[in-house]
Write a protein of this length. Structure first.
Ligand code: 9GP
Length: 797
């Protein structure tokens, strides 16, 4: 539905009046946000309803994307954009003396995730709706999102992120679609009507209540649904929870994202969460299949339903679908297994062992006795199917139940018809190293699907000026057909366009500089190089290598060696129980303090660690970046997606040949990226030979020694202990992340960046090539590949 300026103004006034009894002039920004989002709801509601009717009518296959994380960020501006209302509303608000950005700032960021995998899930939701597919999200409605990060004396402090406090304007609670999820007790199988039927003794049920969030497609008229489940006590069981405390214990199931898994109770809660949203999701899918689509033959399920397992957290979907098919719908085991494997597909997002979940058998038996029985049976049959055909060691390495644990990645792989990695190098490593034995067993299941990003958000919303420049140079069609962005290359020698690229960047940097001043009190010069590293804090991502570069620059400046002005900007959260990562934050903050307050370097170097990195903050930083730091240890970053967002905004990448950096390098060419560091074979050589001796490097390289020593020689005395931790980690024999091994070549890459910076015209040309080629990483195309190769979807008519 389209709207005129006058209609919009009238609607807004009416909403303000009916909701708050105020007029535009007297409304607060919060009230305006609320009223505006309600006008918008009225705008897309008919499309949402019609999409559901169409889905059922056309009976097209649908994908259900099961993910424990979704990171949509804020939705007001993206809903406005996708509905086609953005320009009208902006201009109407301007007439009223209002600014959309100020109003949008009132929306809490939906931080229901940690990092890349959650953001990718949200990007896929947007892309599915925007390319015309029916795709549904299935996740958890955490009452508290990822913690709010504060720095106190340089340390990370985690505060609850009470994002729901002011109400989520987009969600719709659908109590009538609730389902019950059963936990605990004991299960015996008894013969009933010729069927081995589970008889449950004890245990308890929790009511899973869905909250639906609309996902508005970009100019498609399609509105899909992201369904997030909340936990409630079923009315029939209220008597068992007489006190508020009792109730809270149940409702706490969906309170927090990532319960602390260093304790038994934390792990138990996590396992409960995983089963909760998986079971609720699958039950509602089957209800839709039987009731709304009126299908009664479960054998046809794969024609209508694809379930995607995003990382291992929802891997229990394999066992839960088996339970539903066998126990509830009385399908023979072998038939049910065929159906399950055809329905399920799985993405692996990391080769880091810590993210390959495993669950203790006893814990699982106590919490989910029937699921454990089913997993045991899947495992038993798997072992039988391979016995005598492959080496026993292969069976032991790949079976689901081993060493007292349930291996969730194994369950996902064995129970899915497709297993994909998220960049070619990552997929290659899965096939040849991490999941080698599985690859040999099921080569046809493995495939690559390189990640993508929502260009709409990172360009049209976050960088309207650059978007306008694209309109002027390549025409507006790039907004729906991103391949058109490649036409920007025709302006490679166009002095006016190059100048505009630099001017836009400078304006964005001025805006960020103001934000930095407001939030940190620190003044930064917008003409300096804005050098950005934004991602979760993790040893493998090597914020530490950036830190060493900063110290080296500082030493140079103190010693009278000149460098172009630089502002290094970090954004990163450390997992609350990850002490090394928190030590890194403390050290960076104290190094920043010393450098930012040292008048002798005349402001030539500034180090800014912005608090509380999330999607909203990313939208402020990314358009203002000159340099994109993608410096993980080669082989460790599955793909990365900030690398794609930054290039789209014209930042030049300094990178190891890791994850999707490899593909970015291929897309833009070696002249338009700064590659450094060990390649994958060199990294594996160190790992295989166990002969990485960083201390020898340190002893033989005076610059490296002075740089690393600064961590312990009192230069940054407020982080003496944490500095020692980092120092020791770098020098440890066979240190896994090879920080010092890449130090020298990283400095060389940075030197090249400085040399290039002096020639602003050629810098703009490199930026232009990066912007143009970012179209290769459009998530719309990524989901189209999933839709075709994995899910077998057809677009809605
Ligand atoms: O670490 C990967 C990151 O490289 C990738 O871009 C992202 C999306 O595929 O997933 C991250 N993995 C996780 O967040 C946890 O496995």
């Amino acid at each position: 539905m389209q709207i005129t300026k006058e209609e919009f103004k009238k609607e807004l006034e009416q909403k303000l009046d009916s909701q708050f009894a105020v007029d535009v002039e007297h409304a607060s920004l919060g009230e305006l946000y609320s009223a505006l989002s309600n006008v918008l709801r009225d705008g897309y509601a008919p499309n949402w309803r019609e999409t559901r009717i169409k889905e059922a009518h056309e009976g097209k296959k649908q994908v259900y994307y099961f993910s424990i994380e979704f990171l949509p960020g804020t939705l007001l501006r993206s809903n406005l954009l996708n509905l086609g209302w953005m320009d009208t509303v902006k201009s109407a608000l301007k007439d009223l003396g209002l600014n959309l950005d100020d109003i949008a700032a009132k929306e809490p960021d939906m931080a229901l995730g940690n990092g890349g995998l959650g953001r990718l899930a949200a990007a896929f939701m947007d892309s599915l709706a925007s390319t015309g597919y029916v795709g549904n999200g299935n996740g958890i409605r955490y009452k508290y999102g990822l913690f709010k990060q504060k720095f106190v004396n340089g340390y990370q402090v985690e505060l609850p992120n009470d994002w729901l406090q002011k109400h989520n304007h987009w969600e719709v609670m659908r109590d009538n679609k609730s389902v019950l999820v059963h936990f605990g007790g004991q299960v015996n199988l008894v013969q009933k009507d010729n069927w081995m039927t589970p008889e449950y003794n004890g245990g308890y049920s929790i009511k899973a209540v869905p909250y639906d969030i609309p996902v508005v497609g970009y100019h498609t008229g399609i509105v899909n649904t992201m369904r997030l489940w909340d936990a409630e006590i079923p009315e029939s069981e209220e008597i068992n929870y007489p006190t508020i405390d009792d109730r809270r214990k149940v409702e706490d199931l969906t309170s927090i994202l990532y319960p602390d898994d260093s304790s038994y109770s934390g792990r138990l809660l996590r396992l409960k969460q995983e089963y909760f949203f998986v079971s609720a999701g699958l039950q509602s899918i089957l209800r839709y299949y039987t009731k709304d689509l009126k299908q009664n033959d479960m054998h046809n399920l794969p024609k209508y339903v694809a379930v995607h397992i995003n990382d291992t957290h929802p891997a229990m979907a394999v066992a839960e679908l088996m339970r539903l098919l066998v126990d509830e719908y009385h399908i023979d085991w072998d038939e049910a297994w065929k159906i399950t494997v055809q329905v399920m597909s799985y993405t692996n997002h990391t080769i880091m062992a810590e993210a390959m979940e495993k669950w203790d058998i006893n814990m699982m038996t106590q919490l989910l006795p029937r699921i454990m029985q089913i997993i045991t049976e899947i495992d038993r049959r798997y072992v039988i199917s391979l016995t005598g055909k492959v080496a026993e060691s292969v069976i032991n390495d790949t079976r689901i139940v081993n060493n007292g644990n349930v291996q969730m990645a194994h369950l996902a792989i064995i129970g899915s018809h497709s297993v994909n990695g998220v960049a070619p190098l990552h997929t290659h490593l899965l096939e040849t190293e991490v999941l080698k034995e599985f690859y040999e067993l099921y080569p046809e299941r493995f495939n690559n699907k390189t990640n993508g990003i929502t260009l709409r958000r990172w360009l049209q919303i976050a960088n309207p000026k650059l978007s306008k420049l694209l309109d002027q140079t390549v025409g507006r069609d790039w907004r729906t057909d991103s391949a058109k962005m490649l036409l920007l290359q025709d302006s490679y020698k166009n002095a006016k366009v190059l100048k505009q690229i630099n001017e836009i960047k400078l304006e964005n940097k001025e805006k960020l500089a103001k934000f930095i001043k407001k939030t940190t009190g620190i003044t930064v010069d917008p003409t300096a190089i804005f050098d950005v590293q934004i991602k979760r804090l993790h040893a493998y991502k090597r914020q530490t290598l950036k830190l060493l570069h900063i110290i080296k620059l500082y030493h140079d400046l103190k010693n009278g060696i000149d460098h172009p002005k630089r502002v290094v900007i970090f954004g990163a959260k450390a997992a609350p129980s990850y002490t090394y990562a928190k030590d890194v934050i403390k050290v960076i903050n104290e190094v920043a303090n010393v450098i930012n307050n040292d008048a002798s370097i005349h402001g030539k170097l500034k180090v800014i660690f912005l608090e509380n990195y999330d999607v909203t903050l990313a939208e402020k930083i990314i358009p203002a970046a000159d340099v994109s730091e993608q410096i993980s240890t080669t082989t460790k970053e599955a793909s990365g997606t900030s690398n794609m967002k930054l290039m789209a905004n014209g930042a030049l990448t300094v990178a190891t040949m890791d994850g999707a950096n490899v593909d970015i390098a291929k897309a833009v060419g070696q002249d338009n990226i700064f590659i450094f560091g060990l390649n994958k074979d060199q990294v594996y050589d160190y790992y295989n030979k166990h002969d990485y001796k960083p201390r020898d490097m340190y002893n033989s390289d005076q610059v490296m020694k002075e740089t690393v020593d600064a961590l312990i020689d009192g230069s940054f005395s407020k982080a003496a202990n944490e500095g020692r931790v980092l120092y020791d980690s770098f020098l440890q024999e066979n240190e896994e992340f090879l920080v010092l091994a890449d130090f020298e070549s990283y400095l060389q890459a940075q030197k090249k960046i400085e040399e290039n910076w002096h020639d602003q015209r050629s810098w703009a040309q490199k930026a232009l090539v990066n912007i143009a080629h970012s179209e290769e990483f459009n998530a719309d195309n990524t989901v189209a590949r999933y839709a075709k190769d994995i899910w077998g979807l057809k677009k809605l008519n």
